[in-house]
Design a protein. Structure first.
Length: 259
């Protein structure tokens, strides 16, 4: 089932972002050892939430649009042969590494140009990035986020690792991506731009549940040979992330302990 495969792609590569946010907003005022344990537990809970949602949606799909599809798994074992080291190295480099890198480059280069253009092209003194973020802000507020965060997630579809740099670039008004390694500086920037514990929790949830990156979507298309499953792999986790964040924000309005 493509959706089950998608969750594996979703989690891998998002740990640094999740850990950074958990360290800043959940374990920020705790001693280093306890803080590390608390941030690790927070990330683990978010991942467990993603796994639970995966099982739930997979169960629902198996009872609806996948009803009647064969569920058996058949694995054809190849004939046993003596390993050929040279052939293994060549195939692993050309068939795997270069294939993935070529897809990443073909996606990252145009995406970088688009991000640079949005941050540097201005209309009436406002960058296109700010205009887009302001237009998305009302919807983002329903999710407990802001327009810049939601815009960063959209522009981060080529690679999940650039979501935080895009957020920092937007807040600082820079024309290029910002990559800070000091969590204290990152935390100050985020807090000064209105981040709260609720914002951090919703960002972590949406990070775990939203659409996979472009390279992953292309891989799903190649493996399934179906645009339908590729679209569902994009749409299902994204809708699930939006609904979950809206629910979390609604609960926070009733019990205002995360604002």
């Amino acid at each position: 089932m493509p959706y089950s495969q998608t969750i594996l792609y979703l989690v891998i590569g998002r740990f640094p972002f999740l850990i950074s946010i958990a360290t800043i907003f959940i374990a920020g005022n705790v001693s280093s050892l306890k803080g590390s344990l608390i941030s690790t537990l927070a990330v683990l809970l978010v991942i467990l939430l993603g796994i639970f949602m995966t099982l739930l949606i997979s169960k629902i799909l198996s009872k609806t649009i996948l009803k009647g599809f064969p569920s058996s798994f058949v694995l054809e074992l190849p004939p046993y042969r003596k390993p050929q080291i040279g052939s293994i190295i060549v195939r692993s480099i050309f068939d795997r590494t270069l294939f993935v890198l070529s897809r990443a480059i073909s996606v990252a280069a145009p995406a970088g140009l688009v991000i640079w253009g949005l941050a540097n092209i201005c209309i009436d003194g406002n960058s296109l990035l700010s205009i887009i973020a302001n237009s998305l802000n009302p919807f983002a507020k329903l999710m407990g986020l802001d327009g810049y965060i939601l815009t960063a997630f959209i522009l981060g579809i080529p690679a999940n690792e650039i979501v935080l740099p895009i957020i920092l670039m937007s807040y600082l008004g820079n024309g290029s991506l910002v990559d800070l390694e000091n969590t204290f500086e990152i935390g100050n920037i985020l807090i000064q731009n209105g981040w709260t514990l609720l914002t951090a929790i919703n960002v972590m949830i949406f990070t775990c549940l939203h659409f996979p990156c472009t390279t992953t979507l292309l891989t799903i298309k190649k493996e399934t040979n179906s645009w339908k499953w590729t679209f569902l792999s994009f749409a299902i986790p994204t809708c699930l992330g939006i609904i979950t964040c809206m629910f979390t924000t609604f609960i926070a309005q009733i019990i205002p302990i995360m604002t």
